[in-house]
Design a binder for this molecule. Structure first.
Ligand code: MG
Length: 217
């Protein structure tokens, strides 16, 4: 289990990782999925956390692994049944995460109505950067996201394209899950997801939040 480190040296320990799926229209289209009227929520276990700058191990012989670059949010204060207008009081800061996905396994799970627990929650499936305090980030609804594999641009988007914005997401999740200090939310990925394999070099960035280079082990 890893901890969340902040630009000011603060360290927080998450109790859970809550992920939002299908939150960018173009990604819904590339998945051949339908837009949901409520946020699509799933969890990753804490054992999925991985320091993003350390080469990232991925499963072998379990089908294709896809990259998904996402804005990660770290909760700073317990949130239960919060109103949208109070959400930012409960946020500590922001980081960059990869929502690594066993895509073949997820596709099979969708087809058979089974959960995505392994497809989305395997070891190291949630590499995270260090985090910056919310005060250091400008408009969180206008951040550019980008991911390159071996120098080729794969994903490019902006948080303005999120269907459910942060206040709505946190308020919604907090109706069902009490969010604790240190908990991590992944807010969905823009279009351009694709396969990664051992030896790939990844560059990913979110404007004003993180810019990282790493490799797939
Ligand atoms: Mg995702």
């Amino acid at each position: 289990m890893i901890q969340i480190t902040f630009s000011n040296g603060e360290i927080l320990t998450p109790t859970k990782i809550v992920c939002i799926g299908l939150n960018y229209t173009a990604h819904i289209a590339e998945m051949g999925s339908k837009r949901s009227h409520t946020p699509v929520i799933f969890l990753k276990p804490n054992s999925a956390l991985h320091p993003i700058l350390t080469p990232i191990p991925i499963p072998h012989n379990a089908g294709v692994v896809h990259h998904e670059v996402e804005l990660a949010v770290c909760i700073g204060k317990t949130a239960s049944h919060v109103s949208e207008s109070d959400v930012f009081d409960h946020i500590a800061g922001y980081g960059l995460a990869l929502d690594l996905t066993l895509r073949d396994m997820q596709k099979k799970a969708k087809e058979t109505g089974q959960p995505w627990a392994i497809a989305k929650g395997f070891d190291h499936s949630c590499p995270v950067s260090s985090f910056v305090l919310k005060e250091e980030v400008g408009d969180v609804n206008n951040l550019d996201l980008k991911l390159e594999v071996n120098g080729s641009l794969r994903q490019q988007g902006n948080t303005a394209q999120m269907i459910f914005k942060l206040p709505e997401l946190v308020a919604y999740i907090s109706r069902f899950y009490t969010l604790e200090e240190g908990d991590i939310l992944l807010t969905g990925t823009p279009a351009g997801v694709g396969p990664i394999q051992s030896g790939d070099i990844i560059h990913a960035s979110i404007s004003g939040v993180a810019s990282i280079n790493t490799t797939i082990a």
